[in-house]
Design a protein around this ligand. Structure first.
Ligand code: FDA
Length: 452
């Protein structure tokens, strides 16, 4: 395998935020690095692109006040943020199919449902406060919580179906992007704990607070600019030979020898690389129990943000709708001054996304617009531009937003999540504690890998 005659100190595989953060920190500390990226662009799950004349954030975009690693890096890179548009009333479509307006965080549900939702919120906040998100398996109830699906846990807690459906929505479709019967209550508590508590997930004004001027992809673009030709695009890593002395990292047309490698790719894509010798059994097992969720991010642009004229924020929620979350996503940065158009972003998750993806493009569009119209009225049926983010069909991602464990596996394999194997380190937002599945977590994991 490796010879000890290195081309660079560290090879980083993947030019998403995790890999670029790791490489930039190593470079700042005088280590030589090369970053090998499969795609012909940097950013991974972050991408800002023009579609039909509209600048869209195709992947991740929002920043919340507790994401201090991301806020710090934005500062360091000189990137500005702006507040997401939120003036006016929000909408909720209940189990009875009725559309109701609300302001603040008091959802327009019956008094008894509201009481049950409050009680569940207190309980999830309590469990989250007991957890260090870097080691969920050490939670006092870890074993019990990891054996039960989040859906079953909610059923144990309350008979109120609408309360269960709403609390389930904020962690299932809205975050993990799997049905609540497909992940454990412990994973649900991890999601809450990684965001500073369940109450934060309920509060769209907190969790979806700000956007980055020009788009969140500016973070990886700025990092890559500082790394210059150390970043090699169009270079999928196919094979890594390793021993205690170092690594030989192979792409189709090059071999890079180094002391260490950081695999800054989602766990599901680690297995696309051939390792010689193979990774230890527990690593091969562990990554078979991690899988991507599925969510369609939909972008709808109209001649004007017409909902604002009706006193609406554009925010809508419903566990009973195809589009379970809806927000005003009009670009408000200086680059778009003078543009009168308004953009909505909507999400369709897990089994509802399966149903949509089985339809033709025209049928999908029709169903999505019909759902948005149930929130915002007939005007929603006629957008100037309509775009569906295609992450689930992209070879170098294959899902959205991120990966999580199946039931029982967080306690079973969690302690190996960030374990180095000889010269090989593994990092991505999927294995983060704080900022789990988010850009903030990607930065934290990139920095930890560089430090190591
Ligand atoms: P990422 O997947 O970005 O990077 C991995 C890189 O490795 C990719 O560039 C890939 O091409 C490359 N790669 C893989 N295999 C390779 C190989 N064999 N050889 C070479 N390269 C290889 N987060 C947030 O904070 N706020 C938000 O609003 C959202 N919203 C959101 C919406 C949507 C639609 C998505 C898909 C995701 C989000 N997220 C988010 C999540 C966030 O985007 C995500 O957690 C991070 O960008 C992940 O960064 P990583 O660098 O860890 O992985």
């Amino acid at each position: 395998a490796a010879t000890g005659e290195w081309d660079v100190d560290v090879v980083v595989v993947g030019a998403g935020v995790t890999g670029l953060t790791a490489a930039y920190r190593l470079h700042q500390h005088g280590r030589s690095v090369v970053v090998l990226e499969a795609r012909d662009r940097v950013g991974g799950r972050l991408l800002t692109e023009e579609r039909d004349g509209v600048r869209l954030e195709v992947g991740g975009q929002w920043v919340s006040p507790d994401q201090t690693a991301l806020l710090g890096l934005l500062d360091e890179l000189g990137l500005e943020t702006y507040e997401r548009y939120r003036a006016g009333a929000s909408l909720y479509i209940g189990r009875d199919g009725e559309r109701r307006q609300f302001t603040g965080d008091a959802m327009p549900v019956s008094e008894s449902t509201a009481r049950e939702m409050d009680r569940l919120t207190v309980e999830l906040d309590r469990l989250a406060a007991q957890m260090d998100p870097l080691s969920p398996w050490e939670h006092p109830d870890a074993e019990a919580l990891d054996r039960v699906t989040f859906a079953a846990w909610l059923e144990q807690q309350t008979d109120d179906v609408e309360a269960r459906d709403n609390i389930g929505l904020y962690i299932g479709p809205a975050m993990i992007t799997k049905p609540t019967h497909a992940f454990s209550a412990l994973t649900a508590v991890l999601m809450a704990s990684s965001a500073g508590g369940f109450s934060h997930l309920l509060d769209a004004d907190f969790i979806l607070d700000r956007r980055v001027a020009g788009g969140l992809q500016n973070v990886p673009l700025e990092l890559a600019a500082r790394l210059g030709d150390r970043v090699r695009l169009g270079s999928p890593v196919t094979r890594i030979a390793w021993d205690d002395a170092g690594v030989e990292v192979h792409t189709a047309d090059a071999v890079h020898r180094a002391g260490r490698a950081i695999l800054a790719v989602p766990p599901t894509l680690v297995s696309r690389v051939t390792f010689e010798p193979p990774l230890p059994a527990v690593h091969q097992q562990m990554r078979q129990h991690q899988s991507f969720g599925l969510v369609l991010k939909l972008h709808l642009t109209y001649a004007t943000p017409f909902w604002r004229d009706h006193g609406l924020s554009g925010t809508g929620f419903s566990p009973y709708e195809t589009v379970h979350e809806l927000y005003d996503n009009t670009n408000e940065d200086l680059a778009t001054a003078g543009d009168a158009r308004g953009t909505l972003v909507g999400f369709v998750s897990d089994v509802r996304a399966d149903e949509l993806l089985a339809l033709s493009a025209a049928e999908r569009r029709e169903q999505v617009l019909a759902s948005v119209a149930r929130y915002l009225g007939e005007q929603a049926l006629d957008p100037e531009a309509y775009y569906e983010s295609p992450w689930m069909a992209e070879e170098w991602t294959a899902g959205a937003y991120a990966t999580s464990f199946d039931v029982g596996s967080l306690t079973r394999y969690g302690p190996h999540l960030r374990e180095r194997v000889g010269p090989l380190a593994f990092a991505s937002s999927d294995v983060a504690g704080l900022g789990f599945q988010h850009v903030d977590g990607a930065i934290r994991m990139g920095e930890a890998a560089a430090e190591d």
